[in-house]
Design a binder for this molecule. Structure first.
Ligand code: SF4
Length: 338
């Protein structure tokens, strides 16, 4: 689900600091006051001006804080949506408000553009869990078995893969291969959740998202007791026992669709905290219950860093052309799956 930023409707909600990222803040999502918006206004105005001056566009992931998501982003979405949109960008510069693999993917799909990431340290526990050499070793261990690689990986790892997937299309990608066995890397939980849905045997890698692996089935049950009638939406990077407790499992875009379709009046999102904040700001008729965990990598993105990125042109993402060609093929094969 793609949505343009909502200019002139700058509702912000309370976002805990990164230091809270391992804290379970169960409860209603609380809006912030206008003061927070006022504090952000100077940076937002400057970024809007810089985008025009520098012929730039901002692609922002659903886990960005509201000042970025609603204040300066031109296109928002999950990693699949951002990859699809990156292909069609006409501006000279893409600022990717997200994490490093997303910026690499944008560069892979639109190599003529300058791609900037506001903070080079914005990584991902999944991407750092596996190397290209690990993939070659897996192939040697399981000859002839196709390698399906989650987009949350480096270009080096994608280059060793047959096809990529996201949490939004993993089932379709696996089914498109028409095989009964795949190597699926690097998220062990996504792989197990997909295996349960497809019946395909999945050889896993022991990677995990450091945010979603923290959620537990007991927490979901406690949440239901506190909030009778709540609809629980879980991201498939959560452990399978958490997904089993949920009413619906899907990517952040699929969660957004669930909310847009008004399929429940009270919703708990078992995913990164800002997702609920962003949806609550535009759906005041729905009550959101937070089970809040923050991704420290996503939270490296700030308005100040985006402004500096546009002003200075740092940090530009570059790729080795030999690796980029092979990685691009794996991503394009994914995008061809409908
Ligand atoms: S939320 Fe998890 S998968 Fe997403 S960037 Fe953060 S660590 Fe990686």
């Amino acid at each position: 689900m793609l949505r343009s930023s909502i200019k002139g409707n700058p509702v912000t909600t309370q976002t805990p600091t990164v230091a809270d990222s391992r804290t379970n803040l169960r409860g209603p999502v609380r809006p912030l006051g206008a003061d927070d918006w006022d504090a952000a206004a100077a940076d937002i105005d400057a970024i809007q001006r810089l985008k025009r001056e520098k012929d730039a566009i901002i692609l922002a992931h659903n886990y960005m804080t509201q000042d970025i998501f609603h204040g300066v982003a031109d296109i928002t979405g999950d990693s699949l949506a951002l990859a699809r949109e990156a292909q069609h960008v006409t501006q000279g510069t893409i600022v990717l408000a997200g994490v490093h693999f997303m910026a690499e993917t944008a560069k892979l799909l639109n190599p003529a553009k300058r791609v900037l990431i506001p903070d080079l340290r914005a990584g991902c526990s999944l991407a750092s869990s596996i190397t290209a050499a690990d993939v070659r070793a897996l192939r040697a261990q399981h000859p002839g078995v196709p390698v399906v690689t989650y987009v949350n990986t480096s270009a080096d790892v994608k280059a060793e893969s047959d096809i990529c997937c996201t949490s939004g299309n993993a089932v379709r990608v696996i089914e498109s291969l028409g095989v009964d066995r795949v190597i699926m890397i690097p998220d062990q939980y996504l792989a197990r959740n997909v295996a349960a849905q497809t019946g395909v045997e999945v050889i896993i890698w022991p990677g995990a998202c450091e945010v979603h692996e923290q959620f537990t089935a007991a927490e979901v049950r406690a949440l239901r007791e506190e909030h009778p009638g709540v609809a629980v939406l879980a991201h498939p990077e959560c452990p399978p026992e958490v997904v089993a407790e949920a009413d619906f499992a899907g990517s952040t875009a699929q969660m957004s669709d669930f909310v847009e379709q008004r399929r429940a009046q009270k919703i708990a999102l078992i995913t990164e905290c800002s997702m609920g904040d962003n949806l609550a700001a535009t759906h005041p008729d729905i009550e959101f219950v937070s089970m809040c965990r923050l991704c420290p990598h996503m939270k490296r993105n700030t308005l100040a860093k985006i402004r500096t990125s546009l002003e200075t042109g740092r940090h530009e993402v570059t790729l080795d052309p030999a690796i980029a060609g092979r990685a691009r093929r794996a991503v394009e094969r994914m995008l061809a799956v409908r």
